[in-house]
Design a binder for this molecule. Structure first.
Ligand SMILES: Cc1ncc(C[n+]2csc(CCOP(=O)(O)OP(=O)(O)O)c2C)c(N)n1
Length: 637
């Protein structure tokens, strides 16, 4: 059997020994490896297929880890991982205890900065470049950012600052014309002109001729001067970057290793100013299905048995939004670059004017919604829990302080699974519950999600509804939507030994736990605490009158979450003698792994809830019934 070149590459140094022909072979081996692995583990296939040559070239020209290479988002860092000593662990990608699907310094010195959320790379790179200069060190700093991520406010803020400081830094724009969906915005239009306008292609070819004829160093200025001269009257969209204070190089064919290497060398040589290298790539390159459908192959699911027939929460969300949009002309939906993940294409197809993809711009999404709300519209901001973290001040300052009725539909609340630490939605209940003028809710199933959305849209108040990643419970969906009184909970099961107040996705395992507890002689009431804010004070008062113990369950950090709100309320009510068990996630970042595995790890599945509630009863240990304690005595009040 022919041995692979990839097997001989243990680090960037090995790449530098390879011939042109071998580099080509290596590129195809890398693609094969990624298709094979990702078809099992799931992951960001198309983005990685598109950066194979760019990554090889980067590691041949720069000297990582001395030189710092920062991959924006980090979802396209798989090739980088394979080339920097992590290929043996590649099959563990996105698995529990395995390689992360993003860049993380925990994993390798070749990942100088942790990423996962978009648009951070230029800021971090600039910080490193300035640190280098302050210390008088000598290394290069490179940020690689996609045309999607560069539309994020932070990236533009960083470009503005970097151009102003003028320090030595290389920004590589990996321009494939795609975010997850096609990139939106006027910046994307500008880049599109470079990609598709034959006049720029012509200018580029002219530039290349000059490039070949000149010694390195003089090249960029000469190309710029001559190209500008020859295409008189034609405003080069590339000049934007020069005006921002960067030296622009490009556009370069991102699948031609020699061409990229030449451009990278130029960028490396030009130390006087920050350099902006514009690389054109094809998302999904080299694997036909991914080239043809880059949207689907952006993030491929892991090969697992799934509940194919049960709709996901995101699907039910979108179907409900479609109904609400049809029925209520005030409803407008906004997504920051996640129309696919939020399943909003069905709404956009029927109401193209009432669904806005604003780019990877969570802060703008929220304040844009606030503006719409001032004029009588009811905006629904569809957003992932982890990304809404970006817009914390916008929720406070632009929405809630002004009492504007914006609806936040927060997808991927709680444990998200394979994306891991950077993407867990385990902080939202805490960072939302502390905001005045905001109602916060979580449905116990996909049917309740419909009704809560209806309630929010008609409430005239700001309301956040957080729901989990993945399939619903498969419950029937009511055809008529109704209001669910704000601040009112629902008793799902009666019992008088302990009351379990469960939030959202934890209601179902809490019910299972109650069943298991009953087998142990413990009668547990289960309450669907669908409003995290306001709390149902009346119900709490009535529960504590006849139930001697309370437990709260949430897929959220324990700090400042639902349980701590309940504990504080009890204190405010002067009910301080009742034992309260607060079940949730401790003060740490939650690992990657299947949702089921992570839930089990934190005791948030039925078994874990049972175990933790049993610990409230003396005589019961770790889910085992002690021989003596066959009957539970009510705790003294
Ligand atoms: C703040 C934030 N919002 C949304 C996302 C989800 N997301 C991950 S990758 C991606 C698209 C990135 O597009 P681009 O930068 O062009 O990279 P490509 O995948 O096309 O190479 C998005 C929206 C994110 N990671 N971070």
């Amino acid at each position: 059997m022919m041995t692979r070149l990839l097997d001989r590459v243990d680090g960037p140094a090995d790449l530098k020994k390879l011939s042109k022909r071998e580099l080509k072979q290596l590129a195809s081996e890398l693609r094969e490896q990624m298709v094979d692995t990702i078809s099992i583990t799931g992951g960001h296939l198309a983005s990685n297929l598109g950066v194979v040559e760019l990554t090889i070239a980067l590691h041949r020209i720069f000297d990582s880890p001395k030189d710092k290479i920062i991959w924006d988002v980090g979802h396209q860092s798989y090739v980088h991982k394979l080339l920097t000593g992590r290929k043996e662990r590649f099959a563990s990608l996105r698995q529990y205890g395995g390689l992360s699907g993003f860049a993380t310094p925990e994993e390798s010195p070749h990942d100088p900065f942790g990423t996962g959320h978009a648009s951070t790379s230029i800021s971090a790179a600039l910080g490193m470049a300035i640190a280098r200069d302050l210390r008088g060190d000598d290394y290069d700093v490179v940020a690689v950012i996609g045309d999607g991520a560069i539309t994020g406010g932070m990236a533009l803020e960083a470009l503005n600052h970097a151009g102003h400081l003028g320090s030595n830094l290389v920004v590589i724009l990996n321009d494939n014309g795609m975010s997850i969906s096609p990139t939106v915005g006027s910046l994307a239009r500008l880049l599109g002109r470079v990609r598709f306008d034959p006049r720029y292609r012509w200018a580029k070819e002219e530039g290349e001729k000059i490039l070949k004829a000149l010694p390195l160093g003089d090249v960029v200025w000469e190309v710029g001067r001559q190209a500008r001269g020859r295409v008189k009257g034609l405003l080069l969209p590339t000049m934007v970057w020069e005006e921002l204070g960067f030296t622009y190089i490009g556009p370069v064919d991102g699948h031609d290793t020699a061409e990229i290497e030449r451009a990278l060398l130029q960028a490396k040589e030009l130390r006087a100013k920050p350099t902006f290298l514009h690389v054109l790539t094809t998302k999904g390159k080299g694997y036909r299905p991914a080239e043809d459908n880059a949207v689907y192959f952006h993030g491929v699911p892991a090969r697992r048995v799934s509940n194919q027939n049960i709709p996901t929460y995101s699907e039910v969300f979108a179907q409900t939004v479609l109904r609400l949009t049809r029925d209520d002309p005030r409803v407008v939906t906004i997504t920051p670059a996640m129309p696919e993940g939020n399943c909003l294409s069905i709404v956009a197809a029927e109401f193209p004017q009432r669904v806005y993809d604003v780019g990877i711009c969570e802060q703008h999404a929220v304040t844009f919604a606030a503006g719409l709300a001032t004029q009588g519209f009811v905006p629904i901001v569809a957003i992932y829990s982890t990304f809404l973290q970006r817009a914390f001040d916008q929720i406070i300052h632009d929405v809630c302080l002004q009492e504007l009725p914006v609806v936040f539909a927060i997808d991927r609340g709680g444990i998200v699974g394979d994306d891991g630490k950077t993407h867990q939605g385990t902080f939202d209940l805490s960072y939302l519950a502390l905001i005045p003028n905001l109602n916060v809710a979580a449905p116990r199933d996909e049917n309740e999600l419909q009704h809560l959305l209806y309630t929010a849209v008609n409430s005239g108040q700001a309301m956040a509804i957080r729901y989990p990643r993945g399939s619903g419970l498969g419950v029937p969906l009511d055809s008529i939507l109704h209001n669910i009184q704000i601040g009112k909970w629902e008793v799902m099961r009666e019992g008088n030994d302990v009351a379990i107040l469960a939030v959202g996705v934890t209601v179902a395992p809490a019910l299972e736990a109650a069943h298991e507890l009953a087998a142990n002689g413990i009668k547990a009431a289960v309450v669907n605490a669908r409003y995290i804010k306001p709390l149902d004070v009346e119900m709490i008062n009535s529960l504590v009158r006849h139930i001697p113990r309370l437990a709260t369950v949430e897929e959220n950090t324990l700090s400042g979450g639902f349980g701590s709100s309940v504990a504080r309320l009890l204190q405010d009510l002067g009910i301080d003698e009742i034992p309260v068990k607060i079940i949730g996630i401790p003060d740490e970042y939650v690992e990657q792994g299947t949702q089921a595995a992570i839930r089990a790890r934190y005791g948030l599945d039925a078994e874990g809830i049972t175990r933790q509630i049993l610990s409230m009863f003396p005589g019961y240990q770790a889910g085992r019934r002690s021989a003596k304690a066959s009957k539970i005595e009510p705790a003294s009040r």
